[in-house]
Design a binder for this molecule. Structure first.
Ligand code: AIR
Length: 200
């Protein structure tokens, strides 16, 4: 994805990554699912998977379309908690009903990612996901902001009890410290640039 793309997730210079000792998502059973309406969503959705991988969170990735495979989608949602999943990240474009319909059939937290398509700049996806009726919450990140969805899933897991939650809290603190360093370096560069311009 190009850096010119306004829908791109934070670039590596502003978000240095979770830096928490990357481990592959194979091995332990997945606790997060990253699902999307089509494989064409993957370029937008893959940063969610990247963030989870960086944080060492076992996750699965799949296509689950609310409109093209509605019965499979409902079964997937109904079985998600029983399979050991604890958070669902769901992205779709256009009439993006996947996050809301999954939230309707699972008690797991669902984080929706509005995927921007060629028309309407993702506003259609955003509004389809964010305007849920009372009683069926979906946490919605910004248009195309899949990396934040992965990080939010990590925060949900980090809020729990036990060693794994404590490990994640530590990893997220390190991530925040790295973000601060990047922002501070930007300030230093800008101050030097302005001082240089004033001298010349
Ligand atoms: N979509 C698929 N089923 C339901 C929806 N909303 C969305 C996908 C993708 C878009 O339709 O999430 O963003 C186009 O999919 P495709 O397969 O035609 O490229």
């Amino acid at each position: 994805m190009s850096h010119d793309d306004p829908t791109a997730d934070p670039d590596p210079t502003t978000d240095p990554g979770a830096g928490a000792g990357a481990v592959p998502s194979q091995g332990p059973p997945p606790v997060v699912a990253v699902v999307m309406g089509s494989d064409s969503d993957w370029p937008v959705m893959s940063p969610a998977s990247d963030a989870l991988t960086e944080l060492g969170i076992a996750h699965e990735v799949d296509v689950v379309s609310a409109h093209r495979m509605p019965h499979d989608m409902l079964a997937w949602g109904a079985e998600a908690a029983g399979r050991g999943l604890r958070v669902v990240v769901a992205g779709a474009g256009g009439a993006a009903h996947l996050p809301g319909m999954l939230a309707a059939v699972t008690e797991l937290p669902v984080i929706g990612v509005p995927v921007p398509l060629a028309h309407l700049d993702g506003m259609d996806s955003l509004l389809s996901i964010v305007q849920m009726p009372a009683g069926v919450p979906v946490a919605t990140v910004g248009v195309g902001a899949a990396r934040n969805a992965g990080l939010l899933a990590a925060r949900v897991l980090a809020a729990g009890e036990g060693e794994e939650a404590a490990r994640l809290r530590q990893a997220l603190q390190e991530h925040a410290a790295a973000l601060r360093e990047v922002a501070a370096a930007k300030g230093r560069r800008l101050r030097e640039q302005v001082a240089e311009a004033r001298r010349s």
